[in-house]
Design a protein. Structure first.
Length: 134
């Protein structure tokens, strides 16, 4: 069984639902359930050891703005999100904006769905020391 996802409570997307319905239909074509020729796309696949499945925790709380999505590659030191803590905004300036960075090269597996996070919250998980599957 497959389910069509339209996002989550905080990020609803009809476009995501359309894309996923096309992928389900393409899969059913590949399996001969639906008439038509399946479109097979070649794409790189990566893997790493379980010990290299890493979590990133936020050193501060606030509203998070993610700059990347699942599957994106990040370089060590690269900012993957910004956090704004409105308790630290003064004189109409946004001095409260801080960047969250990764400590080593990483492929994003998933990130926290909520844009409101607390200090110490797990905000992202990814693969480090990854290799391409050939």
């Amino acid at each position: 069984a497959y389910t069509l996802e339209l996002g989550i409570q905080e990020t609803f997307s009809l476009e995501l639902g359309r894309e996923q319905s096309q992928k389900i239909q393409n899969y059913l074509k590949a399996k001969g359930v639906v008439k038509g020729k399946a479109e097979i796309k070649s794409m790189p696949r990566y893997y790493s050891d379980f010990k290299d499945y890493q979590s990133v925790y936020s050193p501060y709380g606030g509203l998070v703005d993610y700059h990347f999505k699942s599957g994106d590659k990040l370089k060590a030191g690269q900012a993957f999100a910004s956090i704004i803590n409105f308790h630290q905004v003064t004189d109409n300036s946004i001095q409260a904006k801080r960047e969250l960075t990764v400590q080593e090269d990483m492929i994003i597996i998933n990130q926290e769905n909520s844009h409101s996070i607390h200090q110490g919250h797990e905000v992202m998980r990814g693969l480090t020391n990854y290799k391409e599957l050939t």
